[in-house]
Design a protein around this ligand. Sequence first.
Ligand SMILES: Cc1cc2nc3c(=O)[nH]c(=O)nc-3n(C[C@H](O)[C@H](O)[C@H](O)COP(=O)(O)OP(=O)(O)OC[C@H]3O[C@@H](n4cnc5c(N)ncnc54)[C@H](O)[C@@H]3O)c2cc1C
Length: 472
Amino acid sequence: MVTRIVILGGGPAGYEAALVAAARDPAVARVTVVDSDGVGGAAVLCDCVPSKTFIASTGLRSELRRATRLGFDIHIDDAKICLAEIHQRIKMLAAEQSVDITAQLRSMGVELIAGRGELVDAAPGLARHRVKVTARDGSSTTIRDADVVLIATGASPRILPSAHPDGERILTWRQLYDLDSLPEHLIVVGCGVTGIEFANAYTELGVTVTLVASRDRVLPHEDEDAAQVLEESFAQRGVKLIKKARAQSVRRTDDGVLVTMTDGRTVEGSHALMTLGSVPNTGRLGLQRVGIEPGPGNYIAVDRVSRTSVAGIYAAGDCTGVLPLASVAAMQGRIAMYHALGEAVNPLRLRTVAATVFTHPEVATVGVSQTAIDDGSIQARIIMLPLKTNARAKMSELHQGFVKLFCRQDSGVVIGGVVVAPIASELILPIAIAVQSRITVDDLAQTLAIYPSLSGSITEAARRLIARDDLN
Ligand SMILES: Cc1cc2nc3c(=O)[nH]c(=O)nc-3n(C[C@H](O)[C@H](O)[C@H](O)COP(=O)(O)OP(=O)(O)OC[C@H]3O[C@@H](n4cnc5c(N)ncnc54)[C@H](O)[C@@H]3O)c2cc1C
């Protein structure tokens, strides 16, 4: 019996789900992906891929800063920035990735429909769902026989009504790559991951940056020591950090912008980048028509196998508010399909998710946080090794960063870690594997790391965490 699957949204949650379902025999699953804005979703076309491509360019400039200490006569200010080329490369790479994903989906027999999908109530007397698709030109079709619907419609930048983006001076992160020239003074409103990544990227290009943080530190949800390293790094580059400040409004002035805080403080700059989080794309989806009540913040509540409250309707990715990462979205989408097709499925385990803040240095984390250990909710042993004692770091003139490892008090099982280093996004993997596979610090310490290597600090941290009872 063929299971008819309709996926709303072609981002990582949607296309990864489609790839899983389409890999089955066509006699088992028939898959349609409906997307309103382009296959690859916001992740590929406007958020994750463009920002990381931008950061790849800006990071090169930071790398060049080390060159003089490594014996090269290179002066960073002589390196001319070709902004138009940087932006063009970003757009080209995103478009190419969208084309690649489209080709892969088509080659696997997935039907792709361009348009906005919405749920219509299930046909009377039938368990099957109906999905209406409206194309850009206003024409519409209805798919009447969906056994399974996956809602994977993502999220959009949160807009403050009193700071409406105009695409010229007041900007969302999606409008940055249309700027003709670099901002003279960029005010980044919001100090979460997106704000910090762009603040870092623009300082790397030599732009004056002011950061407006609502709390008393940057990255309030990340490891405190890591946030401290980033604050120091920002201070060295002249970033002005305004703490405990909530932007009330942003308005245009004759030659720039004026940001006014709720406590009356103001700051002037040439441009403002608004990074106030995202809102889920769950309006106009017909959720109530099929009996789904959106949860707080209009996110769609799901369980750990991506089920909504209505049989046959699953949701995955940013529209669920579970954890706004492309990797998590993709895993939720895959899990939905395994479950819908009656296959063995491992429910989502958020504690095993590795995440990175792409700054200089990068901050990568996995597993439990030190906050949970410090407040006594989790009993664990902790070690923190500064990278400056690592031979490879010394050779490469890397002075900032550390490796932190957490393991269970009694068993020595690794339950989390933090890496702050130039390539922390790559270095976190052995810790993520240890957390996922419940490897002990003893096992990790027995693993031969390359000498010299930054990853040697991970095995060294594990050695230092070994207690006598681990060796029994
Ligand atoms: C600046 C930035 C950088 C990021 N960097 C990273 C990173 O480095 N690593 C990482 O893991 N995550 C990153 N993220 C998060 C990541 O982009 C999201 O978690 C990811 O996009 C979520 O995927 P998704 O499939 O849920 O939604 P999306 O990627 O948003 O895709 C949803 C798609 O559905 C379409 N759609 C909406 N409504 C409908 C409808 N009614 N019918 C049909 N289609 C519809 C949308 O247009 C879109 O194409 C970043 C986010 C931002 C903002």
